[in-house]
Design a protein around this ligand. Structure first.
Ligand code: XCC
Ligand code: SF4
Length: 655
């Protein structure tokens, strides 16, 4: 992947080197003309530490940091590197790696916990802002949490009261974070052989919080100093994320806000409208943004905006909050992680509303250069800059909070400067897929007809399925990895499931339309997409919605014909431009679920080759899935395709 080059004289990014996206290039240049620095420029002036980059810098106690770079003449048999305490490069890299898992699992799971709290308030009718919207899904997940959906009365089996089920589901869900005994309830949703494998490996999570806490303990100075044992806990915590915190977040959000179904929208900075009040929502939790969507659509709010000289209110989103409100309401995507500063630099954003995760602190500095109100909303995510306005959101006065925010944005419309510049680029998209809609669109089941996913995989029209997900990373050319990997996959008949910022990148590039199948796909995949009318790249939502990918894989296994476990399937995972700890947690639970997973950009264990080999090779023997790294996006895609072909061969469907 091309590394962003620096313009020696100016010490700013060359826009053409920094991104493949025209709107982004225009806005990087615009920022430079205005003298405002963005992450693209800071990438030029701030170089990463090459030892930290290799994963072999330990600062877990104050005798360090102990820095153990890989020697130029590295000789594995005589690796004498050690910290003051004697910790080896493997121990240090493994500790750092699983601390990333802990950070990521904590982020996803704490998000899930917040949703569960709101869910329980709604179920108990302590708030009227939220209701149980999707009863079908409530009834679907209740049994997995051990909640009965029927009662016996006088020998007859009757449907149980929905409100009662909801309260019990809420209570049982909350227990998953901290129950004293047992194991996570959702683990049994995995294919049986997978569950048995986890049991055999001793990695069934007990509860979500405990596995994260135990990582912090085991990586403390002088505790666990065996990289294999450390990784065992990393695997366990990651499963608690994917099959626990994240999956609960997705399910409870679906029940509260509705399970997504395919809908049309648009993506890229061009969705901002000069003559509208623009509110950009950024972060991850849909609890507040759902309220903002409802509020901004109210006739009295639209009338208020008009009274201030605007033609209406344009909502749009960045990062995963964007994906959440896109998949349920069709709210357009303003941009990916790396475009958050650029949105404000258009001069057209009247308010940027942020919640948690992936929010640059620098958006406050950029907002200072414009009229933009930057509003933080979450008690755990404030900013030190004095222009950051904190309006703390609480589900008990959700409607009032949302109204206050929308009014503040409308009132701010009149304060716009003359210099609004919105790039015109935007692409039409179809988003809002999930396990339910993949099934529905592909024949109403997974197997047994011309249209179904399993049959199309078996007959080879679809070569395999890839989950391509994850962040942007300012250290590599914006969206180049995402788009190159995805295009190479669909060109070779691999159906792509996407979430997170990869989904936004694909959206901007026009890959989320059924029409794109003709242009970019191999003949088999094109035929399937054209027959059933789906895009070759299916947008499955936010980062917590990677749980949808796990469940889709599980359904494919259950439908039969493709082996007994997820590790038998011709599937692969990828995060071409990852940067966050959440991505490491996701990668690890995908690997632990039996899926070969390739990361791009950098890999944080390069300084400890023995430990890295454990992740890249040994893991497959234990879990049927393993990590890999490839910075070059075409080679990256081919590693995935080769893996898919090997799995097809093993299944005997390679003709
Ligand atoms: Fe953040 Fe979820 Fe990464 Fe994008 S993809 S940069 S984590 S928003 Ni999850
Ligand atoms: Fe150094 Fe060991 Fe302390 Fe880490 S825990 S900083 S390796 S002495």
């Amino acid at each position: 992947m091309a590394v962003v080059k620096k313009d020696e004289k100016a010490k700013v990014a060359n826009p053409q080197d920094a991104s493949i996206d025209a709107a982004t290039q225009i806005m990087i240049k615009r920022a430079q003309d205005l003298g405002i620095d963005t992450c693209f420029d800071r990438n030029v002036t701030l170089k990463p530490c090459s030892i930290g980059n290799q994963g072999t810098c330990c600062k877990n106690c104050s005798m360090g940091p102990c820095r153990l770079p890989l020697p130029k003449d590295y000789d594995e048999a005589n690796d004498t590197r050690k910290g003051i305490c004697g910790a080896t490069a493997n121990t240090i890299a493994a500790r750092n790696f699983i601390r990333m898992v802990a950070g990521g699992a904590a982020a996803h799971s704490d998000h899930g916990r917040s949703v569960a709290e709101v869910f329980l308030s709604a179920a108990r009718k302590e708030t009227d802002a939220y209701q149980i919207k999707d009863v079908r899904k409530l009834l679907e997940i209740a049994p997995f949490l051990g909640v009965a959906t029927t009662v016996e009365k006088d020998g007859a089996v009757l449907d149980r009261d929905i409100d009662e089920i909801a309260v019990e589901v809420g209570e049982k869900a909350m227990e998953e974070w901290g129950k004293a005994e047992g194991e996570l309830e959702y683990l049994k949703r995995a294919p049986k052989p997978r569950y048995e494998l986890w049991k055999k490996q001793g990695v069934l999570p007990r509860n979500i919080d405990r596995e994260i806490v135990e990582i912090m303990h085991r990586t403390h100075m002088g505790v666990d100093q065996d990289y294999k044992n450390l990784m065992k806990q990393g695997v366990r915590a990651s499963i608690a994320d994917g099959w626990g915190g994240s999956m609960l977040a997705t399910d409870l959000q679906d029940i509260l806000f509705g399970t997504p179904y395919p809908l049309a929208s648009e993506a890229n900075l061009g969705v901002l409208k000069e003559d509208h009040v623009n509110i950009v929502i950024h972060g991850h939790e849909p609890v507040l943004s759902e309220m903002i969507v409802t509020t901004a659509q109210k006739p009295e709010m639209v009338a208020y905006a008009k009274s201030k000289g605007a033609k209406g209110i344009q909502l749009s989103g960045i990062c995963c909050t964007a994906n959440e409100i896109l998949q349920r309401h069709g709210v357009p995507l303003c941009g990916t992680f790396l475009q958050q500063e650029l949105a404000i630099i258009t001069g057209a954003v009247d308010a940027m509303v942020v919640d948690i995760q992936c929010i640059f602190q620098n958006v406050a500095n950029v907002a200072k250069c414009f009229h933009t109100k930057l509003i933080t909303t979450h008690p755990i995510a404030k900013m030190e800059q004095d222009n950051a306005i904190h309006i703390e959101f609480d589900e008990h006065h959700a409607v009032e909070d949302a109204e206050k925010i929308v009014r503040m944005a409308i009132d701010n419309f009149a304060n716009r400067g003359a210099e609004v510049m919105i790039p015109r680029q935007k692409s039409p998209i179809i988003a809002g897929f999930g396990v339910e809609s993949v099934e529905y669109h592909l024949g109403g089941t997974f197997r047994g007809s011309y249209y179904t996913l399993n049959d199309n995989i078996i007959n080879g029209r679809i070569r395999g399925v890839a989950g391509v997900v994850g962040c942007n990373n300012a250290r590599v050319k914006h969206n180049e990895g995402h788009i190159t990997v995805v295009k190479e996959l669909i060109k070779n008949d691999v159906l792509v499931l996407t979430t997170g910022c990869n989904a936004i990148a694909c959206a901007m590039e026009g890959l989320l339309t059924p029409e794109s199948a003709k242009v970019f796909c191999g003949p088999g995949l094109a035929e399937v997409c054209e027959t059933v009318g789906i895009p070759p790249v299916l947008h499955l939502g936010s980062c917590v919605d990677n749980s949808r990918i796990l469940l889709a894989a599980t359904e494919v296994v259950k439908a039969g014909g493709l082996g007994n476990d997820i590790s038998d399937l011709p599937v692969a995972g990828s995060a071409p431009e990852w940067m966050s700890e959440k991505a490491i947690s996701i990668g690890q639970y995908v690997v632990a679920s039996g899926i070969y997973t390739v990361f791009g950009a950098v890999f944080p264990t390069a300084g400890a080759p023995v430990f890295q080999r454990y992740l890249f090779e040994e893991m497959e023997k234990m879990y049927g899935g393993m990590w890999d790294f490839e910075a070059d996006p075409v080679k990256h895609a081919w590693k995935m395709i080769n893996h898919i072909d090997a799995k097809r061969k093993a299944l005997g469907i390679d003709q």
